[in-house]
Design a protein around this ligand. Structure first.
Ligand SMILES: [Zn+2]
Ligand SMILES: [Zn+2]
Length: 735
């Protein structure tokens, strides 16, 4: 009598391949008991085999299926609810489900299917019996293990050489028991944790916390937008809300834009929770595959209470998250810019909804999408309108470059401000959002520039590396002596990047300690942290850099912030350019005057009448948001409309263009209300050797756009050979 045979199950498997649906497999007899949802398996796929993940185990209706070939890990990697979340995320972004799982799960699990090895160690524990021990070595080991409660073989080897015989004897006598246990790789084992400084909350912070605690108690899904000006103490609210969530027995997920750029926030979480003996995992790009795999499994087992990570941590398998914090929710790095183009901020809300969790979005400059949702009452607004300890926001001045003239990069007022800052022993941050020495070399005889042969952009000149380089495809060229166009010898750098600013600062302020932070100076592991440390310890007087210096840093002795050119970014052909500039400059200004000393901000511009810059100078977020949202509404742009950007790329210009035309026609034939704009050449019309065209789908309603998206897998199959189609749902960048 075999009940199992009647109720045998099949395995629905998401295979890591570009396939849009899970596939069904038979479960062999010996795996019927062991296969679970979340199990990683090897399955046949055509003539080869592929790695996949079991997402459902429905009852079989007796159809003939190929069997699962192998179960790869002993424990499942996620639960049915996680699987449902990953599937919904893949569907929302119109991305093949298997590839989405591959992105969500730790690296190294797909491919050949060899997970990083699970490490183990041998542990000895006292049994409670104390037999008469004869040998001196046996006594020594026994006493050591009893005193410690347990000891690993590695520790005992450190205690005395070659302990094996004595240990065997102790086990045989029944004095010790031995066990093989899994050992987790701990990337923090050797890192010091700073003591936590307990700060009292002000009225606004307390009120925000109270609302959060109230919702955490109910255990129902809700989203909050914590809009706190720079220096208003958002982190203190996060920490206490997290503690309240842990008290309810649920876990906390904290998303930050980039771990390397936010060591202070991570440090504060670690010290606060370490003091409370809370187990915390930090997921970041510096982890090895093994460390990542270990962290994932301990999170899945519920051994970790707080997880901090960058965007991909939104997929971390916490069994029952009660609070999901998205710090600096406006930050563009939450959106993955290639492959699975998800936005972790938006997925955090989907996940919160599925888990019945509280989602807390925090920012000094909320994304207009988030602000609109709070205006419409879809998310709860929490405001921290003042800096902590009644510190004022910094005074912001716009320096009119057309009046002051500019032979050098630094205007006179900015130079004087730096001189004063240095004289007072304080620090300055200078933003120039362009790396390299100069954006291009220009022939002063014929106007020719050096362009990347693979991408439609000029090559950036680096003086320190004496090379011309493409920031997209990394093409490099030594700077030419003569112009390739006219043979003239006057190829000169035009415009300025951080390298040139650094050079100028060194010549104007030879005594100052100057450092530069951009992608070129921070390629090595830990380079960010070292630079930020040096600013914190007062080892640097002036830090220059690209937008990475604007992110969340809290340096009490920074009293001056300078912005070298505010104009370039304002004139980009993108409906979000004003939002981006407002956010970047406000965040940058917010680095000044966070300690007891007041701060000052100078923004150099040729257009001091510009409305956005004026609003930055007045710290007028609400005014900016209202004006900008009115315009968006008029044009039907997000948050009042929905966009999907389709990019077609191919080697041949004509064929790619023709494929784009055909796709646009087919899309128009399929729909009624969605606007199909284009095709038009992308802003970056050529990238890494591929010609690129875009079609923008725009709609005031989500539903018709979703319906149109459903046709894309089929339309993709009809594309000419060699043409690829990228689908970007809710695009942030359209280049
Ligand atoms: Zn020339
Ligand atoms: Zn290139």
């Amino acid at each position: 009598m075999s009940l199992a045979a009647d109720h045998s199950r099949l395995a629905r498997v998401v295979v890591t391949a570009p396939i849009d649906k899970p596939l069904d497999y038979a479960v062999p007899e010996d795996l019927q008991e062991r296969l679970r949802i979340g199990s990683r398996v090897r399955v046949p796929l055509g003539r080869r085999q592929a790695v996949g993940f079991v997402v459902e185990l429905p009852e079989t209706s007796g159809q003939k299926l190929k069997p699962v070939a192998e179960l790869l890990d002993s424990a499942p990697l996620f639960t049915a609810r996680h699987a449902e979340f990953y599937r919904r995320a893949a569907a929302y972004y119109a991305y093949p489900v298997g590839e989405a799982f591959r992105t969500a799960l730790p690296a190294g699990l797909s491919g050949k299917g060899q997970a990083p090895p699970v490490l183990s160690e041998t542990l000895y524990r006292p049994t409670g019996q104390a037999p008469n021990l004869r040998g001196e070595r046996q006594k020594q080991i026994f006493d050591f293990v009893c005193a410690a409660g347990e000891a690993s073989l590695a520790e005992l080897k450190a205690l005395l050489p070659a302990p094996y015989q004595a240990l065997q004897r102790l086990v045989a006598l029944g004095a010790l028991q031995v066990q093989e246990v899994e050992r987790l790789r701990d990337p923090f084992a050797r890192e010091a944790v700073l003591p936590h400084v307990n700060l009292a909350l002000n009225t606004a912070q307390s009120a925000a916390l109270q609302s959060l605690e109230h919702t955490l108690m109910t255990g129902a899904f809700a989203t909050f937008l914590l809009h706190g000006v720079t220096g208003s103490g958002k982190t203190e609210v996060y920490l206490r809300a997290a503690a309240a969530c842990l008290d309810r027995g649920r876990q906390v997920l904290v998303l930050v834009p980039e771990i390397a750029l936010t060591p202070q926030l991570v440090g504060r979480f670690r010290s606060w929770f370490q003091e409370r003996a809370v187990r915390l995992a930090v997921l970041h790009s510096g982890l090895s595959d093994g460390e990542r795999f270990d962290a994932w499994r301990s999170i899945a087992r519920g051994d970790v209470e707080v997880v901090i990570g960058a965007r991909s941590a939104v997929f971390a398998p916490l069994p029952e998250p009660g609070l999901i914090i998205v710090d600096e929710e406006h930050d563009a790095s939450y959106k993955q810019s290639e492959g699975f183009r998800y936005n972790a901020r938006d997925l955090a809300q989907l996940r919160g909804q599925m888990e019945g969790a509280t989602v807390l979005l925090g920012s000094a400059t909320p994304a207009l999408t988030s602000y609109q949702r709070s205006r419409a009452g879809q998310v709860h607004a929490l405001d921290l309108p003042e800096r902590i300890a009644d510190r004022p926001l910094p005074a912001v001045e716009l320096v009119d470059l057309s009046k002051t003239g500019l032979e050098t990069l630094l205007s006179k007022p900015l130079q004087e401000a730096i001189t004063e800052t240095l004289a007072a022993g304080e620090q300055a941050l200078l933003l120039l959002n362009r790396r390299g020495y100069a954006p291009f070399l220009l022939c002063h005889d014929c106007g020719a520039t050096c362009r990347c042969p693979n991408c439609a952009i000029t090559l950036t000149f680096s003086r320190t590396q004496n090379s011309l380089r493409c920031h997209y495809c990394d093409f490099r060229l030594p700077p030419p002596e003569v112009c390739a166009g006219c043979g003239g010898a006057r190829m000169m750098p035009e415009g300025a990047g951080t390298e040139r600013l650094e050079e100028e600062l060194r010549s104007v302020f030879p005594e100052a300690r100057i450092a530069r932070m951009d992608r070129d100076t921070t390629t090595r592991k830990g380079a960010h942290a070292r630079l930020l440390d040096r600013v914190a310890t007062g080892d640097i007087d002036i830090l220059t850099g690209t937008q990475m210096i604007a992110k969340g840093h809290d340096f009490p002795r920074v009293t001056l912030v300078g912005v070298l050119n505010a104009d370039g970014a304002l004139n980009l052909p993108d409906f979000r350019s004003a939002e981006r500039v407002f956010s970047l400059l406000t965040q940058m200004a917010g680095r000044a005057g966070r300690g007891v000393l007041p701060g000052r901000v100078l923004i150099q511009t040729y257009d001091p009448e510009n409305t956005t810059l004026q609003q930055v100078a007045r710290h007028a977020y609400f005014e900016f948001a209202e004006v900008e949202l009115d315009q968006r509404e008029l044009l039907g742009y997000p948050p009042f409309g929905y966009l999907v950007n389709l990019v077609l790329a191919g080697n041949d210009l004509q064929r790619t263009g023709a494929a784009a035309d055909l796709l646009a026609e087919r899309l128009m034939a399929k729909n009624g209300s969605v606007e199909v704009l284009g095709p038009a050449p992308c802003l970056l019309a050529k990238l890494r050797g591929k010609n690129r065209f875009q079609i923008l789908l725009k709609s005031t309603q989500r539903q018709p756009l979703r319906a149109l998206l459903d046709h894309l897998p089929e339309l993709r199959k009809q594309l000419a050979a060699g043409i690829t189609l990228t689908i970007d749902v809710d695009p942030l960048d359209m280049v």
